[in-house]
Design a protein around this ligand. Sequence first.
Ligand code: GLU
Length: 193
Amino acid sequence: MCGIVGYTGRANAAPILLDGLKKLEYRGYDSAGVAVINNKKLFVSKTAGRISALCEKTDNGENFPGFTGIGHTRWATHGNPTVENAHPHVSNDGKFSIVHNGIIENAEEIKTDFLSNDSFYSQTDTEVAVKLISKFYNNDVITAIKIACKEMTGTFAFGILCTDLPDKILATAQGSPLVAVKGETGCWIASDI
Ligand code: GLU
């Protein structure tokens, strides 16, 4: 069971994401990562180790600025616990980033049917998901996610960032837990309340 967190609001996202990931540590994990949007660009930091390593890399999130972000603790199902396989994963054009809990059962079929011209940097089903969403993107993020999700079988909860919507977290779930909360200072998603 992995952990997903997401935040968008008035505060710097990375410290909130790291704090959230620590709260989800009890679920178990083998690697971790965060992504934020800053100036309409994605920035990703990942580790094949513990969340503490991620905290060190980013100075507890302080040197990783951006008001919108997603974070992940991974429990590998597709590929070893390496930095390349750690989430968040990113589309070729650098527009989309995704964290995923679950298993996309038909990832290999999707590669053959829709993504035969793409090259893949990881062994994960999740990289397939972000590239599929990116493939269906035509200036309407929600529609792209909906079409992509219809093609995927299995279980998933996704937290998604798109640089064209720099102050939004997009999220969807099928058979994996995900909560979404709107508060006075921001909005959150997480695998657990
Ligand atoms: N299937 C994905 C992977 O292996 C996500 C696993 C998880 O839920 O952490 O990367």
